[in-house]
Design a protein around this ligand. Structure first.
Ligand SMILES: Nc1nc2c(c(=O)[nH]1)N[C@H]1C(S)=C(S)[C@@H](COP(=O)(O)O)O[C@H]1N2
Ligand SMILES: [Mo]
Length: 395
């Protein structure tokens, strides 16, 4: 996403230079400095993360944190466009207005008094994997870890909106969080079409993995839009407006749009050919072993990682230990819910020394399969190429 270059970004750049994020990206074993950092996480409640920016916090999970069905809160990635607002659960209100019978204001206690839904769902930033695209484009250079699967709990939007009486003429619900625009970076507002807003799995989360929603993740209340890209999951929700037209703001246009017709890598898309991102792509990757891991001949290795497909279900994950020449089926973890990921795994005992290229690819219920190359697009969204790692096997 090409965003304006406000003062915040310049500040961030300065901070990043000072904090040398390269050091944080390097292999832990090689750097005593990082080992020390691991004992003292710099962000409240977080394990050491890949720090793309620490003001506002843009923190990426390491692939090794993503080998379990639930991603614990201490390992979950964080993405913010604007400085994190101060929020207070006791005084927080969500105001509902626009095309409604009567305006309403709901406290956290009001939201907790409604019937609660518990829903495991994947949250993935649209820009996850942007750092792998060539040619490169501006934006956070995420690698694999702007993704996680958590159990969200809270009331359904349809029940919340009933408190105000949504007009059947409303086409979108605009969600605005407590964070506000700074300098040239505009306020973060997202329009969700009513068909998705009123879907029975669209909820306002008050809890994440069994505890009150942490501040970093939008506490006390955030929007959960299962299967859709992370930008739809508005944090610190304070205002919901029902409207008949999509919000004209930056975060609906040109941000978070994807060309309907693929463009040549490195070239621009026609603005009129861009559509708003909704459901996410099919993908899988290696959480373990780590890329460039070393192993011994005859050693039993578990290859494993998550697979998900936005609003579709995963039907198959295949792995290759010969660079994609041959494939075999991986097994899938038992829990199989729409919107949630599955953990795939496969055992491998290398018989000969050598440098092996391992690949994994997922197929979903709509017949989509991970491609060899992700479709290049100007903002670097939806990276989902077949994942490849190298493993050196020594005799
Ligand atoms: N209010 C607000 N909500 C927001 C954002 C933001 O900048 N402000 N960022 C969005 C983006 S781009 C993503 S990917 C997710 C990240 O959620 P997380 O920080 O809980 O991982 O939050 C979304 N919700
Ligand atoms: Mo995002």
């Amino acid at each position: 996403m090409t965003s304006p270059r406000p003062i915040v970004d310049k500040l961030k750049d300065g901070m990043n230079r000072l904090l040398s994020r390269r050091a944080l990206l390097a292999a832990p074993a090689l750097l005593p400095a990082l080992a020390q950092d691991q004992q003292q996480p710099r962000f409240a409640g977080k394990r050491p993360m890949i720090v793309h920016s620490d003001f506002p916090e843009d923190l990426e999970s390491l692939p090794e944190y993503l080998s379990t069905w639930i991603t614990p809160n201490d390992s979950f990635f964080v993405r913010q466009h604007l400085p994190r607002p101060k929020s207070d659960a006791a005084s927080h209100r969500i105001e509902i207005g626009g095309m409604v019978k009567q305006n309403a204001a709901l406290s956290i206690a009001d939201l907790r008094a409604l019937p609660q839904t518990t829903l495991p769902a994947v949250l993935e930033c649209a820009g996850n994997g942007r750092g792998f695209y060539r040619p490169r484009m501006p934006g956070l250079q995420w690698s694999k870890g702007a993704i996680g699967n958590a159990e969200w709990r809270g009331p359904r939007l349809i029940d919340v909106l009933a408190k105000a009486g949504a007009s059947p003429q409303a086409a979108y619900a605009d969600f605005n969080g407590l964070d506000v625009g700074v300098g040239k970076t505009p306020d973060f507002i997202r329009s969700i079409p009513m068909r998705k807003t009123l879907h029975s799995s669209t909820i306002l989360a008050l809890d994440m993995n069994g505890v009150p929603l942490p501040d970093l993740h939008g506490g006390p209340v955030r929007l959960i839009v299962p299967g859709w890209d992370g930008a739809s999951w508005v944090k610190w929700v304070a205002k919901i407006d029902l409207v008949d037209k999509i919000n004209p703001g930056f975060y609906m246009n040109p941000a978070y749009r994807y060309p309907n017709t693929p463009v040549a890598p490195g070239s621009a898309a026609k603005p009129e050919d861009l559509g708003v991102l909704e459901g996410m792509a099919v993908k899988s990757f290696f959480a373990r072993p780590a890329d460039q891991a070393r192993a011994a001949v005859g050693q039993a290795l578990t290859l494993t990682g998550p697979a998900w497909a936005g609003e579709n279900k995963i039907v198959r994950v295949e792995v290759s230990t010969d660079g994609g020449a041959s494939w075999r089926l991986a097994s899938l973890s038992a829990k199989d819910f729409q919107f949630s990921w599955r953990i795939w795994s496969s055992q491998w005992k290398p018989a000969k020394p050598g440098y092996y290229t391992l690949c994994c690819r997922a197929t979903d219920s709509a017949g989509r399969m991970q491609p060899i190359e992700a479709v290049w697009n100007p903002s670097g969204y939806l990276w989902n190429a077949i994942d490849r790692i190298g493993v050196l096997v020594e005799g």
